[in-house]
Write a protein that binds this ligand. Structure first.
Ligand SMILES: *Cc1c(COP(=O)(O)O)cnc(C)c1O
Length: 339
């Protein structure tokens, strides 16, 4: 039995999801004729209280297209320094949008309204124009930390009061929403655009959605084309997304719970120097200097447990649809035996 805790992207479609994919109605989406994609886009837009949506292959693409659509060259984007759009997207903001970033030193990937206010450039020829704020919920390198509803309201208010756009990288937004008992409809309207991943905890093989108002999404269609993301009969993938949104959202609570259980098991070892609280489905811990991440990862690998080193002698474990209670028990057994 392989226990793969490297990421929630490792899930494979279940038989029921495959069945939904196999029976999908498809057409050419570049012509706007794929009924499954049209259905997925409409359904997600309604779910989040937004006017429109666009289906893309990846969350990097939805984020980068959103930033490209919101900004002009020589603009500036305010973002926390560990957030995906800056840290994990290969310098895409510079490359695609010719914009600079204003990095915030946040709290586990999260920023505060004051961080926005204090980092808006004066409007004169010396400065890039501050145009956009990006926040991430849940925050990946923050160990799955999240914003409460009132915190999202405060941030979006501050952005809008200052004439800034605000984009939500909601790759794992549902892992947050199930914890704060909030519906997507309550948060969607707060933001100018929202990116949601289907290929993380929701268990789809591929896909992300970008949501916004009609004009915004109309503009994104051309950028998706120039990014090379205009797909044809991709309704087979959209059908997986429809299935996931109907069946795999509430169960994310289980993933969040199992991540907590993992952290409790790990805290019984004498390897750990410090760890981040487990708020959703990610557990990040730092090893004592006498234990090296490489060595621990290898020992785990010998027992068919796969985890991920994230630098600084830290290890990340992520729970997902393909990690069940049987594996959790097995994991506990393995950990207790490793010396
Ligand atoms: C995974 C992830 C994305 C998108 O990643 P892709 O692999 O490009 O789909 C975006 N933001 C965050 C926070 C993520 O964790």
């Amino acid at each position: 039995m392989i226990i793969d805790l490297r990421s929630d992207t490792v899930t494979k479609p279940t038989p029921a999801m495959l069945q939904a994919m196999m029976s999908a109605k498809v057409g050419d989406d570049v012509f706007g004729e794929d009924p499954s994609i049209n259905e997925l886009e409409a359904m997600t837009a309604i779910m989040f209280g937004k006017e429109a949506a666009i289906f893309c292959p990846t969350g990097t693409m939805t984020n980068q297209i959103a930033i490209k659509t919101h900004t002009h060259p020589m603009d500036e984007v305010i973002v926390e320094k560990s957030n995906h759009v800056y840290y994990y997207e290969s310098g895409g903001i510079a490359y695609h949008s010719l914009s600079s970033v204003r990095l915030i030193n946040g709290d586990r990937g999260r920023i505060k309204p004051l961080d926005i206010e204090e980092n808006i450039n004066p409007d004169n020829i010396h400065h890039p124009k501050t145009r956009l704020v990006v926040i991430e919920n849940t925050a990946n390198r923050g160990g799955g930390s999240y914003y409460q509803l009132n915190e999202m309201k405060a941030l979006t208010n501050t952005a809008h009061t200052n004439n800034l756009k605000i984009h939500l990288d909601g790759a794992r937004i549902f892992n947050c929403l199930v914890e704060i008992n909030t519906t997507p409809k309550e948060i969607g309207p707060l933001f100018d655009s929202v990116s949601v991943c289907l290929s993380k905890g929701l268990g789809c093989p591929v896909g992300s959605l970008l949501l916004g108002n009609k004009d915004f999404i109309a503009s994104t269609r051309k950028y998706r084309k120039v990014f090379g993301g205009g797909m044809r009969q991709a309704g087979f993938l959209a059908a997986a997304g429809i299935y996931a949104l109907q069946n795999n959202v509430q169960r994310l609570k289980e993933d969040n719970k199992r991540a907590k259980a993992l952290s409790e098991i790990m805290q019984k070892t004498d390897w750990i120097e410090s760890f981040m609280p487990v708020d959703t489905n990610i557990f990040i811990f730092k090893l004592k200097p006498e234990f090296k991440a490489e060595v621990i990862l290898n020992k785990l690998k010998e027992n068919l447990v796969y985890c991920f080193a994230i630098g600084g002698n830290s290890i990340r474990m992520v729970t997902h649809l393909d990690f069940n209670d049987e594996m959790l028990n097995k994991f506990s057994e393995i950990i207790s035996k490793i010396k």
